[in-house]
Design a protein around this ligand. Structure first.
Ligand code: V47
Ligand code: SF4
Length: 379
């Protein structure tokens, strides 16, 4: 590992790129300016080699996945993000769905006896589903299956819930934690910078609001993820601003587990005229994120969005986690034109995907405690 980065340094004539490679070798943090240099000048093999160096320093060949399922309480949403192919206005009775607490509990019960460790609850922002409704849901899930980790609600949903209940973020988060909510997913982050956010997601929680909700959760001892919706109208500067805000907060709280770049997909939404990013640009972004976010332990490729083969490829560009088995109840991505129309993958398929590219498949729980090392089982 050491010698390949030494060779890279030796064979890089450009001084600014060589300095960045030196920093990575020494475990030093790169600056925002250097991050811009990477976006503007560095080719895929260069950033890939650096990202892989970091990935192997942190995790060796380990590649994590978990066994989870999603509950999407509703696709009705009071907001109107331009990139969203999923939400329906409250007035649209034909295409909107809303699940009762009993229907959601039936989903949970359908996994009884199966070795699932996490339920991921995320959906639109329904004007009538309030704090009390979700507290009851969480409590009932917890009562039915206490060992199931409840990861739920984007900062967008939480911001709306707390404001409607007239609670401060601290009070609201404490109430959900008391009910049994254990961690937050990373959705709703999009691009924090107001210049872009106003255009693509102008009416929901601001970047500052998103960050504050995660900070409060971290201060209560909860962990969370962070996403970035990329590959649409944002510029490199906006990506760097987004990642800088995450890196700064992580320095303060250490509460983030995973960074998840989400590739913008352009089907069935108000941004269908915006072309999608290329695979080269996707892999460059993963690699640069791995290099820049030196205090994030994990980098996840969300395979339902990227597609299986590209998720596999990303394991050479800094990624060490490919999310979970997921169930086909997840509709957010199939509606936006992702590779996977029915995103469901068995554990065997996930394990095969990882071993095909010579990585070590490890099943983890939400907090990255290792459950099973599948390479042991294969030998
Ligand atoms: O915030 C919506 C994205 C996110 C599109 O924390 C789109 O483990 C691309 O954040 N093209 C919600 N992306 C999902 C999410 C998530 C998913 C998996 C795991 C975790 C985690 C979090 O989906 C939204 C938005 O950024 N999204 N529409 C689209 N057209
Ligand atoms: Fe609503 Fe989320 Fe879609 Fe925005 S991305 S319209 S908040 S469901």
């Amino acid at each position: 590992m050491g010698s390949s980065i030494d060779n890279l340094i030796k064979n890089t004539p450009d001084t600014s790129l060589r300095n960045i490679a030196e920093k990575v070798k020494n475990g030093d943090r790169i600056s925002d300016e250097e991050c811009l240099v990477l976006f503007e000048k560095a080719d895929l093999p260069f950033v890939g080699a650096l990202a892989n160096f970091i990935r192997e320093k942190f995790h060796g060949d380990k590649t994590y996945f978990n066994r989870n399922f999603h509950i999407e309480p509703t696709n009705v949403c009071v907001f109107s993000c331009k990139f969203c192919s999923y939400s329906r206005l409250y007035a649209n009775k034909e295409e909107g769905w809303e699940l009762s607490i009993d229907q959601m509990l039936d989903i949970v019960k359908s996994y009884d006896g199966k070795p699932i460790t996490e339920v991921h609850i995320v959906g639109g922002v329904h004007p009538k589903m309030n704090m009390a409704y979700f507290i009851e849901l969480i409590q009932k899930i917890h009562a039915h299956r206490p060992a199931l980790h409840v990861k739920g609600f984007t900062a967008v949903e939480l911001d709306y819930m707390f404001r409607k209940a007239k609670l401060t973020v601290e009070e609201g988060m404490q109430a959900l934690k008391d009910a049994g909510l254990q961690s937050l997913p990373g959705g709703g982050a999009e691009i924090f910078h107001a210049e872009v956010r106003e255009i693509i997601a102008g009416d929901k929680v601001s970047g500052e609001g998103w960050l504050r909700i995660h900070e409060v959760a971290h201060n209560l001892g909860m962990h969370s993820n962070a996403t970035m919706l990329y590959g649409h109208i944002e510029k490199y500067e906006h990506r760097i601003d987004h990642m800088k805000k995450l890196r700064d907060l992580q320095d303060k709280t250490k509460g983030f587990n995973t960074f998840i770049p989400l590739k913008f997909r352009n089907h069935n939404n108000d941004m269908s005229d915006v072309p999608e990013s290329t695979i080269t640009e996707d892999m460059r972004l993963y690699a640069i994120a791995r290099i820049y976010l030196d205090n994030f332990p994990h980098l996840k490729a969300y395979w339902p969005m990227l597609g299986r083969q590209n998720a596999q490829l990303s394991l050479s560009f800094g990624v060490n986690d490919i999310d979970g088995t997921i169930d086909d109840t997840t509709k957010i991505y199939s509606m936006a034109g992702s590779e996977e129309q029915t995103p469901t993958m068995s554990t065997e398929e996930l394990v095969a995907l990882i071993t095909q590219v010579k990585r070590r498949p490890i099943e983890r729980d939400t907090l990255y405690n290792e459950i099973t090392d599948y390479s042991q089982q294969l030998n």
